[in-house]
Design a protein around this ligand. Sequence first.
Ligand SMILES: [Zn+2]
Length: 126
Amino acid sequence: MNTNEILNIERNGIKYHVKSVIFADLEEFINAHPGYRPLSFDYEKQVAYVSSEIDNHRTLQVDFTCRMCCKSHSLNVIPYDYVVMRKQERKTVQECFPYMNREERESLISGMCPDCQRKIFSANYD
Ligand SMILES: [Zn+2]
C-alpha cells in the first residue's frame, strides 16, 4: 500500500493532512483505520486522499425522518458542504460528502435510515 506520503490539502477553506491510498486498497485501508475518511479523489491517478481530521469538522447536524420506519435520525456534516455545496450549488451527494460511507450517502438520497436500507437491500449485504 502506498500510504506513507503525507500531504496537505485544502478543501472549502479547511486544511487537512492526508495520505494517498490507491482505489484498490481504499476499502481495506478504511476498515483498518476507522478514524480515516476520504477527503477527495483523483480519478486520473486512481488515488483517494484520506484524513483522520475530517470528523472534527463535521459540526452541523442534519436531522431527517426515515420514510420507512418514521424514526428520527441525524447525520453530521461539514457545514459548508451542506449549506453551500448541497443546498445552494445543488452538487451531487458524492461531490459534497466524499467522507460519508455508502449508507450515510444513501440516507441523504433516499431518506431511508441504515437499518431500513439493510432490510430493503439485504441482497447487497450478503
Ligand atoms: Zn428506517
